[in-house]
Design a protein around this ligand. Structure first.
Ligand code: 3HC
Length: 709
C-alpha cells in the first residue's frame, strides 16, 4: 500500500498498516489530513496483504479534535451537514470493516479524535494521557457520533458527565470506565496494539461484536434516561444560562440513544449544526484561539525572554500572598520582603492559606506543600537581600513616593537585566519609572484578586518600557499560567477603566428615577457575575469615588463625579468592609441600605425626579453603550489596540459572559452605527459622559467593525 503522505505517516508491520496522524500542532482533523487518512484507509482495506490497521499519533497527540480554525469559517448549517454525513459514513465503514481497527492512543485524544477512536474495534492507551469530549467548552457538541457512541460504551451517567462538562479524563479512568480496553506504559503502546491486532486475526476477538454503535447493553431504560435528563437539566439551569450546547446535548440524549444508531446520529448532526453556526460557538472558539495568541506582539517577535528562577515579592498583603502561591505552585523560588517580621509572618500565613483548596482536594500533597514553604520561600526585611533575584514584583502600599524609593534602592542592588514589575492598580507607571536610571526595565504586572485563581495578568507598558522587559514579562505570565494581555499606561489601565465604563452608566439611570435593583437584575440577566451596586460594595464605594476623581482630573469633564455619587459617598457607608454600602450586610440576605435609599429620595426631591420603570433593554443598551464608548476612547488614546485582547481581558478579568465573546464583539453584533446613535441619544439626555468617541463615529460612518470576520 502507499506509504508516502504529507500529514500522516504510514508503515506496514507484518501485514498490519500503522497509520500515524502527523498534523501539527495537535494532529487536529484538518481537511488535508482527513483526505489523506481516508485515502490510506481505503488503500489498506483494498490491499489483500493488510490484515489489520492500527491508528496512532505522532508527538503528544493522538488527535485533539476537529480543526477549530476551519469550524470557525462555517457559515451555514446546510453547507456543513453533507460533510458531517460523509464523516458518519466513513466512521460506519470503519466499524463495519472486517479488518480489525485498533486505536493506539499515544496522547491527547479529544473531541473528533475520541470519535475516531470510538469507531475503532479496540482501544489501547498509554498511561496518563488525556481523553475527552471538550466540545461543549467551545459552544459545540460532539458531532461525529460522540453523543451516541460514548453512552453506548460507558453508560449514560459517565458519558453525560464527560460531555456536559467537557473535562478531560486520564486514560486510567477511561480504562476503568471500559472506554479503553488496555492501558500500558507509553513505550509498550505500539507492541500492545500489534498484539491486539493479532488477537483479532487469530480469531480470539471478533470485530462484529466490537462496534460501539451496535452496543446496547449499557444504554439506560426509558425511565432511567428520562429521570437522568430531567435531573441534569435542572442542575444546569443556572450555569448553562446563555449557552446553547449544554441544552442541545441533552436533546441528543433525549432524542437519541435508541436502537437505531443511524437515526441517532442524524439527530446529533442536526443539533451540532445549530451549535456550530451560533454566535456562542464562534465567540467561544475565538476566545480559545485568542487566548493562545495573547501576548504575541510584533514588537517582541524574535526576542529571547530572560530566564527567571528566583522572584522577589515585595509586600505580603492580599495580592502578595496570592502571587507567592503562583510562584511556588509553578516552580519558582520566591523571596518575600516586607517592612517587619510581623508583616512577613502574616504574609506567609496568608500565602499558606491560599493552598487550602489544593490540599483539601489532594491536588497537592502535604509533604510537597511543606517542602515549598521550607525550601522554596525565604523572607527578609532587608532589600539588600535581593541581589540574586531575576524578577521583582512589587505590591506595597499605593503610595508613589514609597514605591519610587524602593525601586531606586533596588536599582543599585539588583542586576541590570532584572525586570521591575509593579502591581499598582492606580498609579501611573510611566511616572513611577521616571526615577530610575533605566526606566525601560519597569512594567506593570497587574494581578486580579484572588491572584492565585483569576486567570488574567494585565501587563502594562509604560512609555519607556523596553521590548525586552515586555518579552520577559509575557513569558513569565505564561509560566505562571496566566493569560497575558498587554495594554498601555493610563488611568485604570485597561480593565478597571473598561469595567468602570461598563458599570458607570448605572448612576445616570438611578438619577433618572430607575430603581437600582432593576439595574442589578438587568446586568445579571445580561450575564455579568454581579451588578454595579454589588460590585461597588465589593471594591469599596470610597475607592471607586477616588478613582472617579482621578479620572476626572486626568481625563477631563466627561468623568466628572455625578452629584448622586457624591451624595452617596458622603454617607460614609463604603460597602462590605463597613457593613453597608448600597446594601446593608447586617441582614441575611442583604437588603437595600436605608441611608442610601434616603439619599436617593432626597436627590429625587431636590431635582424633581419621578421614579420610573425602565425595560431591561433600555438598561442594557445604556450600560453597554457606555462601556463600548469607553473601549473606543481607550483605542483612540493608544491604551489598547487589539480588540481580541481587550475582550479576553474582560472575560478573564471581570467575568464578562464568555458566550457573548467580549464587549467589542458585542459592539460589532449590535452594529457600530446603532451604538453611536444610542450614544447620541444618551448624550442629549444625560450629558458628556455619553459623547461618542470620534473613533467610534468614524468607524460607524465607514461601516467598519472592531474585528475582521
Ligand atoms: N484545532 C486547531 N488548532 C488547535 C486545536 C484544534 N482542535 N487545538 C489546539 N490548537 C492549536 C492552538 O490554537 C495552538 O495554536 P498556536 O500555537 O498557533 O497558538 C496550538 O494548537 C497548541 O495549543 P495549546 O497551546 O492549547 O497546547 P497545549 O499543549 O497546552 O494543549 C490541547 C493541547 C490539550 C490539545 C489543547 O490545545 C486543547 O484543549 N485543544 C482543544 C481540543 C478540543 O476542544 N477539541 C475539540 C474540537 S471540536 C470537535 O472535535 C468537533 C467534533 O466533535 C466534530
Amino acid at each position: 500500500m502507499k506509504t508516502e503522505y504529507e500529514w500522516i505517516k504510514v508503515e506496514v508491520k507484518d501485514g498490519v498498516a500503522v497509520i500515524a496522524f502527523n498534523n501539527p500542532p495537535v494532529n487536529q482533523l484538518s481537511e488535508h489530513m482527513v483526505l489523506e487518512f481516508v485515502e490510506a484507509m481505503q488503500d489498506a482495506w483494498a490491499d489483500e496483504e493488510i490484515k489489520a490497521i492500527v491508528l496512532t499519533g505522532t508527538g503528544k497527540n493522538f488527535i485533539a479534535g476537529a480543526d477549530i480554525t476551519q469550524l470557525l469559517q462555517v457559515k451555514s448549517k446546510e453547507e456543513f451537514l453533507p460533510f458531517l454525513q460523509k464523516n458518519h459514513e466513513f466512521h460506519n465503514a470503519m466499524e463495519l470493516s472486517p479488518k480489525p481497527l485498533i486505536a493506539a492512543i499515544n496522547g491527547n485524544c479529544l473531541g473528533g479524535g475520541l470519535e475516531v477512536a470510538m469507531a475503532c474495534h479496540y482501544r489501547v492507551a498509554a498511561q496518563g494521557v488525556n481523553i475527552g469530549l471538550p466540545e461543549v467548552k467551545l459552544g459545540l457538541l460532539p458531532g461525529a457520533g460522540g453523543t451516541q457512541r460514548l453512552p453506548r460504551l460507558i453508560g449514560l451517567p459517565n458519558a453525560m458527565e464527560m460531555i456536559t462538562t467537557g473535562k478531560f479524563i486520564k486514560s486510567e479512568k477511561a480504562f476503568s470506565y471500559g472506554l479503553v480496553d488496555e492501558l500500558v506504559p507509553a513505550e509498550e503502546l505500539l507492541d500492545t496494539a500489534l498484539a491486539a491486532a493479532e488477537k483479532f486475526t487469530s480469531g480470539q476477538l471478533g470485530t462484529a461484536n466490537r462496534m460501539a454503535s451496535q452496543r446496547f447493553d449499557r444504554l439506560p431504560s426509558a425511565a432511567e434516561k428520562k429521570s437522568l435528563i430531567e435531573f441534569s437539566r435542572a442542575m444546569m439551569a443556572d450555569k448553562a444560562k446563555g449557552y446553547i450546547a449544554p441544552w442541545k446535548i441533552m436533546d441528543c440524549f433525549e432524542k437519541g440513544l435508541t436502537t437505531d444508531y443511524q437515526h441517532d446520529v442524524e439527530v446529533e448532526a442536526d443539533l451540532f449544526g445549530d451549535c456550530l453556526v451560533s454566535d456562542v460557538a464562534k465567540n467561544l472558539i475565538s476566545i480559545f484561539l485568542n487566548e493562545r495568541a495573547a501576548g504575541r506582539l510584533p514588537r517582541t517577535k524574535g526576542l529571547e525572554p530572560a530566564q527567571i528562577k528566583k522572584v522577589a515579592m515585595l509586600g505580603g498583603g492580599v495580592m502578595g500572598s496570592g502571587i507567592i502561591h503562583l510562584l511556588l505552585a509553578n516552580g519558582f523560588e520566591a523571596v518575600l520582603w516586607d517592612i517587619n517580621d510581623e508583616a512577613l509572618d502574616k504574609g506567609v500565613e496568608a500565602a499558606k492559606k491560599t493552598f487550602a483548596y489544593k490540599l483539601k482536594k489532594k491536588k497537592l500533597a502535604k509533604d510537597a506543600f511543606e517542602d515549598l514553604f521550607a525550601n522554596k520561600l525565604s523572607t527578609t526585611t532587608d532589600l539588600a537581600d535581593m541581589g540574586d533575584v531575576d524578577l521583582v514584583i512589587e505590591a506595597v502600599v499605593e503610595n508613589m513616593e514609597i514605591k519610587q524609593d524602593i525601586w531606586q534602592k533596588l536599582e543599585s542592588i539588583c542586576r541590570d537585566d532584572v525586570v521591575f514589575g509593579t502591581n499598582t492598580s492606580a498609579l501611573p507607571i510611566t511616572d513611577m519609572a521616571s526615577v530610575l536610571k533605566d526606566p525601560g526595565r519597569m512594567i506593570g504586572l497587574h494581578f486580579f484578586n484572588p491572584a492565585e485563581r483569576m486567570p488574567l495578568l494585565e501587563i502594562i507598558c509604560a512609555q519607556q518600557t523596553s521590548d525586552q522587559t515586555l518579552a520577559t514579562s509575557v513569558s513569565f505570565g505564561r509560566a505562571i499560567k496566566k493569560v497575558p494581555v498587554v495594554v498601555g499606561d493610563g488611568p485604570g489601565f485597561y480593565v478597571s477603566r473598561q469595567l468602570g465604563g461598563l458599570m458607570g452608566g448605572a448612576v445616570f439611570l438611578t438619577a433618572d428615577g430607575v430603581d437600582g435593583a432593576s439595574v442589578e437584575q438587568a446586568m445579571l440577566e445580561f450575564g455579568m457575575p454581579m451588578g454595579p451596586a454589588t460590585l461597588a460594595d465589593l471594591t469599596g464605594i470610597d475607592i471607586n469615588y477616588h478613582v472617579n476623581q482621578t479620572f476626572a482630573k486626568r481625563l477631563g469633564e466627561r468623568y466628572a463625579v455625578h452629584p448622586l455619587t457624591e451624595a452617596i459617598y458622603q454617607l460614609g457607608d463604603y460597602g462590605r468592609k463597613t457593613g453597608a454600602g448600597y446594601l446593608d450586610y447586617s441582614q441575611d440576605p442583604p437588603v437595600p441600605n436605608p441611608r442610601v435609599v434616603e439619599a436617593v429620595a432626597k436627590y429625587y426631591a431636590d431635582n424633581n425626579v419621578e421614579p420610573r420603570q425602565a425595560s431591561q433593554e433600555e438598561i442594557i443598551d445604556l450600560m453597554l453603550a457606555c462601556g463600548i464608548n469607553e473601549a473606543a476612547y481607550m483605542i483612540q488614546e493608544g491604551i489598547c489596540d487589539r480588540p481580541a485582547d481587550m475582550d479576553l481581558a474582560m472575560v478573564y478579568g471581570t467575568g464578562f459572559p464568555p458566550y457573548r465573546g467580549g464587549i467589542l464583539r458585542y459592539a460589532d453584533k449590535w452594529g457600530l452605527d446603532q451604538v453611536v446613535s444610542a450614544l447620541e441619544g444618551l448624550e442629549a439626555k444625560y450629558g458628556p459622559r455619553f459623547t461618542p468617541a470620534q473613533l467610534l463615529k468614524d468607524m460607524a460612518a465607514e461601516g467598519k467593525t472592531f474585528y475582521s470576520y
